[in-house]
Every structure is written in structure tokens, then in C-alpha cells.
Design a binder for this molecule. Sequence first.
Ligand code: 3HC
Length: 282
Amino acid sequence: MIRLVGVVGCGLMGAGIVEIVARSGYEIVAHELNADLLQRGLKRVEGSMQRAVERKKLDDAARQAARSRIRGTTTLADLAGVDLAIEAVIEKMDEKKAVFRELDRLVAPGVILASNTSSLSITEIAAATGRPDRVVGMHFFNPVPVMPLVEIVRGLTTSEETVQAAQAFAESLGKKIVICKDSPGFIVNRLLVPYLLDAVRALELGVATKEDIDTAITLGLSHPMGPLTLLDFVGLDTTYYIAEAMYSEFKDPRWAPPPLLKQMVMAGWWGRKSGRGFYEYT
Ligand code: 3HC
């Protein structure tokens, strides 16, 4: 039975996961690397719950109850007693493996360790632990409280019992699930990322202005956001790391991050999270 959930990483995705898990009645311990990042993550959770209250998706008492279930920490050992751990750190294999090695040492045997990775191999992450059958992908979508989907990713070594437990947990958060094998990008990013990269290439080639590329897709295809706005929303850094991971797996140039994307990431123009991407945000 899951009562206490640990979330490692309280960035854009981690904060969203903390919010939805707390709103669904679970106790949470949320980990970040330092006090500043932790505070920013918890502020993000509070801001989003405030918006949910304003939009009448959450009442004030439920907001307060959810907030009281969240405890922040900068000490990973504070996750020792969790019944489920979800990792949402930067999309880099070495960093994910380091977190999983530590979690494996800290939490009780049998506890499921889930990764919110959007592109990296669950099997490879699982191999860093002594419980590869208990490691699974749980890929949420941004904004986590709003997007109804979770991709459950079955690594080569993930047991059926673990997949079923991850599915039941995601459903208890009110999410719909799809199950996918451990293939780079899973379902959504396999289709989404080449499209986003092509939008950057179209801008690089001068096919149209950024505004017209976005307008073409919102009005021509009824997407809620055009691709460049969506890149700003997801994070150019995250998309760049996903593209790098997929390129290194497939060696297919369609996955290679276009130079403009790389330059923007190097310049710190990561999108909404940094105040500037293809557009500027205050
Ligand atoms: N909690 C609960 N509900 C909330 C909320 C919160 N914190 N914040 C907003 N909402 C609700 C609103 O009440 C509204 O609900 P309604 O339609 O029933 O009235 C709905 O969410 C939409 O909110 P807004 O009206 O404020 O905003 P918009 O209509 O402008 O929509 C958006 C915002 C949902 C972000 C929309 O633009 C959208 O769907 N964009 C695309 C997002 C997307 O594609 N995400 C996936 C990215 S890929 C990814 O994450 C994977 C990664 O690995 C790369």
C-alpha cells in the first residue's frame, strides 16, 4: 500500500508531480539539491495550486490539506521510508543513474523506483540498481496537473507486477495510462520531438517567422500551442537533451538537435523557465 511518496527533483516536471500526488491524498517528501532550488520548486507548486483554486478546480481547504502533505528536503536519506520513489531530475543518464543507485541503497527492498525520463532507457537506469524488476518509467506531461496522460514504460527487466502497480498508482492520480516498451522517446516524444526539431529547422531556414510558424499550427491544425511556443513551454534544454539521447541511440540525423537549438540552450535561453526562449516572458 502506497502512503508516502518520494519525488526527487522539483523542477518543472518534479513540481507538477509533487502537486498532483499531494492533491491525490498522498504524503510527499520532495527532494532538491539545495535550499534555493527546493524553495523555487515549492513556490511553483504553490503558484499552480493557487491557479487551480482561482479556476475552481480545487477548493481552498483541499489546497491547504495538499500543501500540508508536502515536506521538502535537501537530504536524499530523508526518502528512506517512502513506499514509492519518483525521479524527475535532469535528463542526463549519469545523473539519473546516480540517483537510482542512492535510492536503491536507501529505500526498503521491494519499493518501486520510477523515472519520469522522457527519452532515456529504463532498462539502463534499472541496471544501476539491485532491483531491476522494480524499476519502471512513469512519464508525465507538462503541465502535470492538467495533462491527463501518463506513459508507463516497461523496461526489459521490469516485472508485470511493477507495471500493474505503476498503472494503479497513476490511475489513482486521475490519469489515463498507456503502456509502452523501452524504446527511445516512448510514444509521445517519438512523434513530438522530430516535429519540434523540424519547426526549429524551418525557422533556421527562414521558411517563415516564428509567429507565423506557430500561427500556422494553432490555426491550421487546432493545436493549443504552436511548436516554438511549445518548445518554450517544455524547455529548450529538456528538448535538447531528449534530442541528443535519441540521436545517440538511432544515429539518424532527423533526431540531431539543430544548431539554433543548441546555441539557444548554451546561451541560457531555455524558454519560460528562464524568461527567454523563442519568445520573452516576464
Ligand atoms: N490545476 C488544475 N487545473 C488547471 C491548473 C492547475 N494548476 N491550471 C490550469 N488548469 C485548467 C484550467 O482550469 C483549464 O481547465 P478548463 O479547460 O476545464 O477550463 C485548463 O487547465 C486550461 O488552462 P488555461 O485556461 O489556464 O490555459 P489554456 O487554455 O491556455 O491551456 C495549456 C494551457 C493546457 C498548457 C494548453 O496550452 C496546452 O494544452 N498546451 C500544450 C501542452 C502540451 O502539449 N504539453 C505536453 C508537452 S510534452 C511533455 O510534457 C513531455 C516532455 O517529455 C517533453
